[in-house]
Design a protein around this ligand. Structure first.
Ligand code: NDP
Length: 298
């Protein structure tokens, strides 16, 4: 049976370290790291995420502000708020919760965030830094950054020569994940909906990352014996066994099957999920250290 990669406990460790480094930062005379979370509209899932981000920010000792804005606000009004947050010296990180209402151009809003406060790592400057290997100063998107930390827990920091297959090529997960694995000296293949014979390709992977959004698509016989399997997917499916109308969360990997062959595997929930918020805190802390003219904590 595969080793279970406990994302919840790794994420808790990250949060505790951020908390300690926040105290150290303030002892050096700098201000508290400030995180602003902006949410437009009333999407219930987004509200849950935002509440949990603000709660963790407070737990880390950050100055945490939340802007909950009406769905009918204009793009101009939202851009004006981003401008104010960019100029606010008390704010080190700005996170705009996606999706935004259809009448607002999300791309335009994200590119309006000052790159040094772009703790989600979606601004072209940060995307470009990651793509060119400028990892010292880049803000890396939180989910792939957290996935990388989980991989390092199992495999160590130097992944030289390992074959990595990333299934999914989104800008938020798949592509930055592939760049991080490349920077760690893996031989990386990125698969997507047009990839032929995905099962055979997946079987070549020492590190297999699934970021697809299709429940349990990756089957047990896609997994190379001993592989590290990182399941980014979060899918809610019907669970009639729990009662009528009940649901449960599953990943993009058929966990019970894959765990028989993998060397190590992340569960869903409790794997990659908790890492995302933890890495948001780590990015905000890094931004605050840089703003104070200090070296970014590693
Ligand atoms: P997207 O929908 O943006 O991207 C999905 C990717 O999967 C696309 O590149 C798509 O290919 C590919 N794909 C779809 N179907 C297939 C298929 N049959 N075979 C191979 N590839 C396929 O999703 P995200 O990257 O945003 O998210 C992926 C999953 O991760 C979701 O379940 C999401 O909920 C979860 N997630 C979890 C997070 C966390 O905190 N743990 C954070 C972010 C996401 P193509 O490009 O060709 O369309």
């Amino acid at each position: 049976m595969a080793e279970l990669i406990d994302g919840k406990s790794v994420a808790e460790g990250v949060v505790q370290r951020v908390k300690a480094l926040t105290i150290e930062l303030m002892e050096k005379g700098a201000q508290k790291p400030g995180l602003a979370v902006v949410i437009v509209g009333e999407d219930p899932a987004s509200q849950v995420y935002v509440a949990s981000k603000s709660r963790t920010a407070k737990e880390c000792g950050f100055h945490s502000v939340q802007h909950t804005l009406p769905a009918e606000m204009s793009e101009q009004e939202l851009l004006a708020i981003i401008g104010e947050l960019n100029a606010d010296p008390g704010i080190n990180g700005i996170l705009v919760q996606l999706p935004l209402p259809d009448h607002i151009d999300a791309g335009k809003v994200i590119q309006a965030i000052a790159p040094q406060k772009d703790v989600d790592g979606f601004h072209f400057i940060n995307v470009g830094k990651l793509g060119t290997g400028e990892l010292e100063t880049a803000f890396v998107p939180c989910t792939p950054a957290g996935s990388m930390l989980l991989i390092e827990r199992v495999r160590g920091k130097d992944l030289s020569g390992l074959n990595a297959v990333v299934v999914g090529r989104s800008n938020i997960v798949g592509k930055p994940m592939a760049n991080l694995l490349l920077a760690a000296n893996c031989t990386v293949t990125v698969a997507h909906s047009r990839t032929k014979d995905l099962a055979a390709l997946a079987r070549t992977a020492d590190i297999l990352v699934a970021a697809v959004g299709r429940p349990e698509m990756v089957r047990g016989d896609w997994v190379k014996p001993g592989a590290t399997v990182i399941d980014v997917g979060i899918n809610r499916i019907a669970a009639p066994e729990k009662g009528e109308g009940k649901t449960r969360l599953v990943g993009d990997v058929a966990f019970a099957e894959a765990a028989k062959t993998a060397g190590a595997i992340t569960p869903v929930p409790g794997g990659v999920g908790p890492m995302t918020i933890a890495m948001l805190m780590a990015n905000t802390l890094a931004s605050a250290y840089l703003a104070a003219g200090l070296k970014r904590p590693s």
